[in-house]
Design a protein around this ligand. Structure first.
Ligand SMILES: Cc1ncc(COP(=O)(O)O)c(C=O)c1O
Length: 414
C-alpha cells in the first residue's frame, strides 16, 4: 500500500489548480445550471484567509459532483475537482483495497447509509435484470450486529431480510445456524442472495469471518453477490491488520462501503462507495437526461468540496503517516483493555479495531454516562456500553475514566 504525503503548499496549489479547471460561476457565462456560488453576503470569496484554505475555497465555489465520474461520459463542468475525486476513489480502491488498476468504480456518497443502500440497489436490479428475479426471491443475509442502514435499504427496495445470529460472546456469525437459515430461505422461495460482511460492526467493532462465510455459501452453490460494510472500519482495519481478507483480490467481494467522515476525520457527507466495474450500470437512471452521463448514484447533487476534503486528508498524511496514526489509536485502545483486565471487567474487542464493548452490568451507569459511552439500546435496558477510541481522546481522559471506574467499583462493594 502506498500513496504519497504532500506538503500543505502542494495541497493548496493542487486544489487551487483543480478549481481553476472547473467552470467558474464568477467569470463564465453559465446560463443553464440551477446552481451558483454560495450566497456572497454570507460566504464572501475575498476573505483573506481563503488563500490558504483550499477546502473552504471549494465550498464557496460550490462545484456539483453529480453523477459517477469513474464512468465514461460523466458530467465534466467541474472537471478539475472531479479529477481529485477520481484520484481518491482510485487510491482507496487500488491502494487501500488492493483492486486491480482501473477495475473499480465509485463515488463520494452522503454517508455509509447511502453507500450500503446503493449496494443493495445494484444487486437487487442485477438479479432482476439478469435472472428475472421477483422481489420476494431476493434475500439479504446480514448479521444481527449489522448497521440499521440495511434494514432501511431492504424496506425501501422491498426485498427480504435474513438476519444471521451471532455468538453472544465472540460476536461471530453462527455458521451452523446460517447454513440452516439458507436452506429454510430456499424452501421459502429465496433464490438470490445479497451477502453483507461487516469490516467492523458499529456497536462491537466485530469483523465477520468472510473466509468462513464464503466457504459455506460457495459450497451451497447459491447465486449471490457480496458487499462489505467498512463504514466504520474502512480507514482503520486495513492499516492495523496487514493480513486483512477484505480486499478486491478476494474475488467474492463486489463492493465496499467506507466512511471518510468517521476515522478519516473529514466533514459529514463523505461516505465512499467502491464497486467492481460493470455493476454501476444496474442503477443507471436513464431518466436523468439533463445530466451528461445520466446518474448512477442515490443522492444526485453533491458538493465537490467533500471530495476535496477527503483528498486533502489522505495526502496530508500519506500511507505511512495514516498507518502510524491508526496503529497508535489501536494501541491506545489496547491500553484501555489492559486496564479493564486488571479491574476484572469483561468486554468484547477485535484486536484490530478501536472499539471496546463492555457488558452493561460490569460498568456503573453513572460512569458510562459521565464519559458519554454509547449504549446498544436507548429503548430497552442496555446490555452493552461502548468506548470508541477516537483522536480527541487524551491519555488524561482515559486515566480519569479508569479512576472513576475504580472508585465506583469500591463503593459498590461496600
Ligand atoms: C458499520 C456502519 N455502517 C454504516 C453506518 C452508517 O453510516 P452513516 O451514519 O454515515 O450513514 C455506520 C454508522 O455508524 C456504521 O457504523
Amino acid at each position: 500500500m502506498f500513496w504519497p504525503k504532500f506538503t500543505a503548499d502542494k495541497i493548496n496549489k493542487t486544489v487551487t489548480e483543480a478549481l481553476s479547471k472547473n467552470v467558474n460561476y464568477r467569470n463564465s457565462s453559465i446560463l443553464g445550471l440551477p446552481a451558483t456560488f454560495l450566497d456572497s453576503d454570507v460566504f464572501y470569496d475575498d476573505a483573506p484567509f481563503l488563500e490558504n484554505a483550499p477546502f473552504l475555497s471549494t465550498l464557496i465555489a460550490n462545484p456539483n459532483h453529480i453523477g459517477c465520474h469513474t464512468l465514461v461520459g460523466a458530467e465534466k463542468i467541474f472537471k478539475g475537482t472531479q479529477a481529485l475525486e477520481l484520484d481518491l476513489i482510485k487510491l482507496c480502491a487500488e491502494q487501500i483495497f488492493r483492486g486491480d488498476e482501473d477495475a473499480q468504480d465509485g463515488y463520494i456518497a452522503s454517508g455509509g447509509t447511502e453507500a450500503n443502500i446503493e449496494a443493495l440497489w445494484i444487486y437487487r436490479n442485477y438479479f432482476v435484470e439478469e435472472f428475472g428475479a421477483k422481489m420476494n426471491e431476493i434475500g439479504v443475509i446480514y448479521s444481527e450486529d449489522s448497521h440499521y442502514s440495511f434494514s432501511k435499504g431492504i424496506n425501501l427496495l422491498n426485498i427480504e431480510s435474513l438476519v444471521a445470529k451471532v455468538n453472544p460472546e465472540n460476536r461471530a456469525i453462527d455458521l451452523e445456524a446460517l447454513n440452516l437459515q439458507i436452506d429454510a430461505a430456499q424452501s421459502n422461495g429465496i433464490k438470490y442472495f445479497i451477502i453483507i460482511m461487516n469490516m467492523s460492526t458499529t456497536m462491537f467493532g466485530s469483523v465477520d469471518d468472510i473466509d468462513e462465510v464464503t466457504r459455506l455459501i460457495t459450497a451451497k452453490n447459491i447465486n449471490f453477490k457480496l458487499h462489505v460494510d467498512g463504514a466504520f472500519g474502512g480507514f482503520i482495519y486495513p492499516f492495523t491488520n496487514q493480513k486483512s481478507a477484505f480486499t478486491f483480490q478476494n474475488k467474492h467481494i463486489s463492493s465496499i462501503t467506507i466512511d471518510a467522515h468517521k476515522m478519516l476525520q473529514t466533514p459529514y457527507g463523505t461516505g465512499i462507495f467502491l464497486v467492481r466495474k460493470g455493476l454501476m450500470k444496474y442503477v443507471k437512471t436513464s431518466e436523468a437526461q439533463y445530466v451528461p452521463g445520466t446518474d448512477h448514484t442515490l443522492c444526485g447533487s453533491r458538493s465537490g468540496a467533500n471530495a476535496v476534503a477527503v483528498w486533502m486528508v489522505l495526502h496530508t498524511h500519506g500511507s505511512a503517516g495514516w498507518t502510524a496514526k491508526m496503529q497508535m489509536l489501536n494501541d491506545k485502545t489496547t491500553d484501555i483493555c489492559c486496564q479493564l483486565d486488571q479491574l476484572g471487567i469483561h468486554y468484547y474487542r477485535n484486536p484490530f479495531i478501536n472499539i471496546i464493548a463492555i457488558h452493561a452490568e460490569e460498568i456503573p451507569e453513572k460512569v458510562a454516562k459521565k464519559y458519554f459511552l454509547v449504549a446498544d439500546s436507548y429503548e430497552h435496558q442496555p446490555k452493552w456500553w461502548k468506548i470508541v477510541m477516537m483522536p480527541h481522546i487524551t491519555r488524561g481522559a482515559i486515566d480519569s475514566f479508569i479512576i472513576d471506574l475504580k472508585a465506583e467499583m469500591v463503593l459498590a462493594k461496600k
